[in-house]
Write a protein that binds this ligand. Structure first.
Ligand SMILES: *Cc1c(COP(=O)(O)O)cnc(C)c1O
Length: 390
């Protein structure tokens, strides 16, 4: 089955001729059993049926089955947020005394989880240059348990050489975990590039409508078994309504994502030609340093990218952002609507130096008409320039 067909077919009810198109929302805590034997059978850790709401429902199972199929994974596990997916993937593979390597370009809360709770539990983290490639071998220690990649970095869009990193990590006995939220399984499949676990903030493009928070981890063999057992042990359980929304979002991903890609590239090209803009951080733009690697490992780009403005006072940035009519200001992305946020990458680096002097703006190209989005940005840049001169 091709990927678009999987998006439509996986995780559907098996009772084709009696049931609805979608798996309904199963709101359940207690599951009832008709006999003592039936109840006691659930004590088997491999019991395939429903046991208790926290262990999953047909709603979470359908979402997990679909994501696993899309990522080319044996299994997946749904979690209550993308951050929960990150925490469960890391914690389920770590113990006190272990060492972790995390890309310097990682999502901020991933970094803070390593610098806070992981350190308090006796796990040491080294952040590394996202462009390190097989140079990662030099940072591996006998106790390095995990190499964590996020490609491209969701603030600054460095594309990582996952195959080279994974090969070196595996030689050193480490597990490779990839945050694939930006690309979705439609545009990148990290397990095929050598990662052992892939995770998503399903909150973003999978849910796709800015109305639920959800996470998922997929993988094969021991890596996903550990992650699933970890999710259970930490009592991470994804709500059935959110799993339903995640699955409903996935059904249309193959028509939404190409539009996000096209609009994102159109905005990126337009911005690259503007005098207020120093550079555009979008792996899909030819001429950008990561373009060749992106073409090798990805089949598309989503609608999220950043720009670096030429240096201007903060008040000029505020004049631009405060007056935008179509770009909302707020966390998250991947919904149908356009967003813009001022970022501070220089405050989130320890292995590398962010040396661009100008402000960094991260944009999400939504599904509006791109010419309206460009008009909104143009008016904003005019306000920015006027304020910078004043
Ligand atoms: C948003 C995000 C997360 C966290 O997802 P939540 O559902 O908000 O917890 C993880 N990774 C990346 C790259 C993200 O953008």
């Amino acid at each position: 089955m091709k990927r678009d067909t999987k998006l439509v077919t996986l995780g559907r009810p098996s009772e084709r001729h009696q049931g609805p198109v979608n798996v309904p929302v199963y709101r359940a805590s207690t599951i009832l059993f008709p006999t003592l034997d039936a109840f006691e059978a659930t004590r088997d850790p491999n019991y395939p049926g429903l046991r208790y709401g926290r262990f999953g429902t047909p709603s979470s199972h359908a979402f997990e089955e679909t994501v696993a199929g899309l990522e080319g994974a044996e299994k997946a596990v749904a979690l209550p947020s993308g951050k929960a997916a990150i925490c469960a993937a890391l914690l389920s593979h770590l113990k006190a005394g272990d060492h972790v390597l995390i890309t310097d370009s990682a999502y901020g809360p991933t970094r803070r989880f390593a610098e806070g709770p992981l350190r308090n539990f006796g796990v040491e983290t080294t952040f590394y240059d996202p462009y390190i490639g097989d140079g990662i071998a030099e940072l591996l220690r006998p106790n390095t348990r995990i190499v964590y990649v996020e490609s491209p970095g969701s603030l600054t869009f460095e594309v990582q050489d996952i195959p080279a990193i994974a090969k070196a990590a595996h030689r050193g006995g480490a597990v490779v975990i990839a945050d694939n939220t930006w690309a979705t399984p439609l545009y990148c499949r990290p397990l095929e590039l050598g990662a052992d676990l892939v995770l998503h903030a399903a909150t973003k493009y999978m849910v796709g409508h800015s109305d639920a928070v959800l996470g998922v981890i997929a993988g094969n063999g021991e890596a996903i078994q550990r992650a699933r057992a970890g999710a259970q042990a930490f009592a991470y359980s994804a709500g059935p309504d959110d799993c339903f929304l995640g699955l409903r979002g996935l059904r249309t991903l193959s028509v939404r994502l190409p539009r996000h890609q096209a609009s994102g590239l159109e905005l990126a090209r337009w911005l690259a030609a503007r005098p207020e803009v120093a550079r555009v951080l979008h792996p899909g733009l030819p001429g950008n340093p990561e373009h060749a690697l992106w073409r090798r490992d990805f089949t598309g780009a989503s609608g999220l990218f950043s720009i670096v403005l030429k240096p201007v006072p903060r008040a000029a940035v505020a004049a631009m952002l405060d007056g935008l009519e179509l770009f909302g200001m707020g966390a998250s992305w991947g919904g149908f609507e356009s967003l813009i946020l001022l970022q501070h990458p220089q405050t989130m680096r320890t292995a590398t130096v962010w040396s661009d002097p100008g402000p960094v703006l991260r944009l999400h190209a939504g599904l509006e008409d791109p010419s309206d989005l460009i008009a909104d940005l143009e008016a904003g840049l005019v306000r920015l320039a006027a304020k910078a001169k004043a």
